[in-house]
Design a protein around this ligand. Structure first.
Ligand code: ZN
Length: 177
């Protein structure tokens, strides 16, 4: 788990994220969470992309096995169940998570077009478990209650490496040449 300020991502990190996304990773300001093997699992993206587009999703889940496992939770129809938990103390924690998310992003840059907007449906809805799990992995346990729970229920764990070894071997030799 890593919150700003971030170390600059290495060229290897950017290459790995680009492979995970299947397109060139752009405007990455830091690696907010990693697999036990060290590969990025969550990237932090500049709040205004270099082409000028405002980008509210500061924490973005990039790991293919993680995104697939979270997609399964959504496909299983778990979102209304998560949303139903947003009462009392959990609702308060979720709102605090929303505020921390925006504070983290605004420590990099304040972008007026996305002021007060976080991600994933925060502060009072559950719209995207990928965004909430991304935040939970970046912030660490105990910050985003819905992200924590979704991560716990998913078939993926940051403690078990599911990175594809052939892909990283190919890229390492490509980078070395
Ligand atoms: Zn790994």
């Amino acid at each position: 788990m890593t919150r700003p300020p971030f170390d600059a991502p290495s060229p290897e990190d950017i290459a790995t994220v680009s492979r995970q996304l299947g397109r060139p990773a752009r405007d990455v300001v830091g690696i907010a969470a990693r697999c036990v093997c060290g590969a990025p699992t969550v990237v932090s993206t500049r709040p205004r992309l270099s082409d000028g587009t405002p980008f509210p999703t500061f924490y973005y889940l990039t790991h293919p096995a993680a995104t697939a496992a979270v997609s399964t939770l959504e496909a299983e129809g778990q979102m209304p169940g998560f949303a139903a938990l947003l009462v009392g103390e959990v609702a308060e924690q979720y709102r605090a998570a929303h505020e921390q998310y925006i504070a983290d992003r605004e420590s990099i840059a304040v972008v007026d077009e996305i002021a007060g907007i976080s991600a994933g449906g925060m502060p009072d809805r559950v719209k995207c478990l990928h965004a909430l799990v991304g935040h939970a992995l970046a912030a660490g346990p105990g910050v985003n209650p819905i992200g924590d729970l979704a991560l716990e229920r998913s078939a993926w764990s940051p403690l078990v490496c599911e990175c594809v070894p052939e892909v990283s071997t190919v890229s390492t030799s490509a980078e070395a040449s």
